[in-house]
Ligand binder design. Structure first.
Ligand SMILES: [Zn+2]
Ligand SMILES: [Zn+2]
Length: 310
């Protein structure tokens, strides 16, 4: 009898340990190499020769914030917090602007709340974003997830917004999921303006397709007039330490959050490529969309400017 109990206890222990390992740690490490995946030389070749054509500023507007355990963003990150930010980026040239990402509205922010104490939503900032989109020459998104598209899918003036949207086919295909009621035809009937290849969309801004986190995920590479280079990576990683430690989100996050699932193999290869890109280009600012601490540090360094320009 005792032997049976001990065997059962051992089996239970192995099952619990195995389940923990699989949900929190397994299948999270980037491969040894991802040659040729992100070719910064190609991106640079698409920049204008005349530096005065480049943008002058990159601005970030925080719409909301929250806090979650670090292990949600990086497998094994049990000893850290993840200070999440929901934001949009404004790229500024003399006389024109571009917006990257559409953040969340109040209802979405409330629905995604993780921490009662650390959660907040800025309704005035969301209104600023809606207005800034209509002043922008183009509006792009890093990918077609809830927390990046709401200001597009629920914009109060879709007829004015539609002509400004520079999207790829998977992004357009996903927008109806996030509208309240039917998506306005001015947006639903848009044709893709991004062709799935590396593409310059304005002087100093290059789009790099990076399917994996979602089919329509992409990076946004920017060089400003001061010669600095910035790479917006959307949600390829949720925190920069995921790139630095070559470790993606745990399987648990994948099953709890994403529908459809991520392509983990692609995301892990992208982490490796980003890691190596950062090592070879230490002045490149790589920005995960939700890494609140990193974005705060870049604002303090003067690499990003807080708030949008009118
Ligand atoms: Zn996101
Ligand atoms: Zn996402």
């Amino acid at each position: 009898m005792l032997r049976t109990i001990l065997i059962a206890a051992a089996a239970l222990g192995i099952a619990v340990f195995g389940g923990f390992w699989w949900l929190f740690l397994a299948d999270s490490k980037a491969p040894e190499a991802a040659p040729g995946l992100f070719a910064i030389g190609d991106w640079r070749s698409r920049l204008p020769d005349d530096p005065s054509a480049l943008p002058t500023e990159i601005r970030v507007l925080e719409i909301g914030r929250d806090k979650a355990p670090g292990f949600a963003a990086r497998a094994g990150g049990f000893d850290s917090d993840w200070n999440t930010t929901y934001n949009a980026v404004q790229i500024v040239w003399p006389g024109r602007t571009m917006i990257v990402d559409g953040a969340i509205d109040a209802a979405t922010a409330e629905g995604m709340k993780q921490s009662e104490a650390d959660w907040s939503f800025d309704a005035a900032a969301y209104d600023t974003l809606l207005a800034a989109m209509l002043k922008a020459e183009q509006v792009v998104i890093t990918h077609e997830h809830l927390d990046h598209v709401i200001a597009l899918a629920r914009h109060p003036d879709p007829a004015a917004l539609g002509p400004r949207l520079t999207l790829n086919a998977p992004q357009i295909g996903a927008l109806p999921l996030f509208a309240i009621g039917a998506l306005d035809p001015a947006i639903a009937s848009l044709a893709p303006r991004l062709d799935g290849d590396v593409q310059s969309i304005a002087p100093g801004v290059v789009i790099i397709p990076a399917a994996g986190h979602t089919p329509g995920s992409q990076l946004v590479f920017i060089r400003t007039q001061d010669g600095r280079e910035t790479l917006l990576i959307g949600d390829v990683a949720w925190s920069l330490d995921a790139v630095e430690t070559l470790t993606t989100r745990p399987v648990l996050t994948q099953y709890m959050i994403f529908d459809p699932d991520e392509d983990r193999a692609s995301v892990k290869a992208q982490l490796r490529a980003l890691h190596d890109l950062m090592a070879a280009n230490p002045d490149l600012a790589v920005i995960p969309a939700h890494d609140g601490d990193h974005i705060r540090a870049l604002i303090e360094e003067g690499r990003l400017i807080e708030g949008f320009r009118d």
